[in-house]
Design a protein around this ligand. Structure first.
Ligand SMILES: [Zn+2]
Length: 207
């Protein structure tokens, strides 16, 4: 099983051993590594991209709890992994913004149930148990801006194999994504819309 180094590290460069490299029909390669810094597509967060040795790493996915890297060329032996910093930073900021929106909206009684953190499509979806008002977009935006302005420090813990993340003393969530070191790193969050559709509240946002 690949060790997922990105769980505990913000490093963007490391070395690893190639465990297997298999050519696909489309002339791309499926690569399994001894350990990886690449965050795979999933949990509403987009894939990291970068390089493995001399090859471009185009997409990482999870298949049967293993991380599979898609490359444009074969790789073998000991290799250097390099994560594309700009792509990671954007994905991390979008994903972390989703957490802050969850914290703010859950204060009104809604429960966050899923998120999609792709730029242009970013949203957090909430459910309710009884009748609840839809929070005003401006109120959510102001409250999120307060959390960003507070520059709260990230707190990541792994207990009994369960990884949780939060910032400062905010409520913690079980999560396998990548997270900003300080809420200040999220920057300006704009709430695009907050709409109740048949009891599900969808809060769309952009950075
Ligand atoms: Zn997360």
């Amino acid at each position: 099983m690949t060790e997922r180094t990105y769980f505990d590290s913000d490093e963007l460069e490391t070395t690893a051993e190639v465990v297997s490299c298999t050519q696909q029909e489309d002339r791309k390669y499926r690569v399994v590594l001894s350990r990886t810094l690449f965050h795979p597509q999933g949990g509403g967060q987009l894939t990291d991209i970068g390089t493995i040795g001399e090859a471009a790493m185009l997409k990482a996915t999870v298949e049967e709890s293993e991380v599979v890297h898609l490359t444009d060329a074969p790789v073998v032996g000991a290799v250097t992994l390099l994560v594309d910093a700009e792509n990671r930073r954007r994905n991390t900021r979008y994903h972390s913004a989703g957490h802050l929106i969850s914290v703010v909206v859950e204060r009104t009684g809604w429960r966050a149930v899923k998120g999609d953190h792709r730029p242009g499509e970013a949203r957090v979806v909430f459910e309710r148990d009884g009748e609840l008002a839809v929070p005003a977009e401006a109120d959510v935006e102001v409250a999120v801006a307060e959390l960003v302005g507070s520059g709260l420090a990230r707190v990541q813990k792994t207990e009994d194999g369960r990884r949780t993340v939060t910032w400062g003393d905010l409520p913690a969530y079980a999560c396998g994504g990548t997270h900003v070191v300080s809420t200040a790193d999220v920057g300006k969050v704009r709430i695009v819309s907050a709409k109740d559709k048949k009891g599900q509240l969808s809060v769309r946002y952009e950075l």
